[in-house]
Design a protein around this ligand. Sequence first.
Ligand SMILES: [Zn+2]
Length: 315
Amino acid sequence: MSEISVNLDDAVIPFRIEDAAVRGEIVRLKSSIHEVLKDHDYPEPIARAVAKTVVLTALLGSSIKFKGRLIIQTTTDGPLNMLVVDYHTDGSFGNAGKFRASARFDAVKLSELEDINDAALLGAGQMIITIDQGDDMQNYQGIVALDNIDLEAAARLYFGNSEQMLTEVRLSAEYDVEEKLWNAGGLMIQSIAAEGGSNADMNEDELKELQLADWENARALMKTVKDFELMNPKTDSQGLLFQLFHEKGVRCYVPQALEAFCQCSPERIENMLSQFSQEERVEMAKDNPKKPGYIQVACDFCGREYEFTAEHFSQ
Ligand SMILES: [Zn+2]
């Protein structure tokens, strides 16, 4: 095992059910998801959907074995009309996977919603999952049509389309009123080919049958998990896996830490503002009701505010 110490409150752990053709990943997010959400003033249902999408991004992104990015973006006609989560990894388990998130929503549409759930928040549109594999490689892009389906169903469709793998995903997020902290968690299992090994005498059909039986068994167990158990502080990730799959046994692999981050900087904002004409910048500064004479820009991801005068660009 590795000597890297990882706080399992903010980590993803890959695992394998012993003697079964099933692999998976389990995610917990605590201070990292709180870090992302505290700077955004999202209403609770929006924050919950953002947190669940971050969990999904970590489940998908942690299997990237190279320096790259995974981006999940939804564009839909529901109250939550735009959602983007960006996951960065250097491809090693030694360094944390880093994520940031941003959402746009329509407060009026949100207030009119009778039954608040992911599917209703999103409405119809699409989810685009992009894997950016770095400089020389072509991006991979998977598109899932959203038509009043929840995030878990969208994830199942993505895996069905892109990897043609039987996949089950659970996502959960909740604001802890006592601790005043957001918690989130998720669990994913995937059906993999049954191996020879102790089944060396089996033919291909028998192995396929075995794979399917393993899958149905694991899926039935996963269905017994309650949402709160996915982020219950009393049972950590390994405890939950053991609770579910103890009959066969579970092998956990090296966990990967997860943390919040942002890439914004004064230089990036300056660069963005330099694309406008000086005339436009003068107008922006003049029309700023919060602080006339200054152009103020808040980062969509972390909320950090930057300010410049128009004169700054005329030099
Ligand atoms: Zn930022």
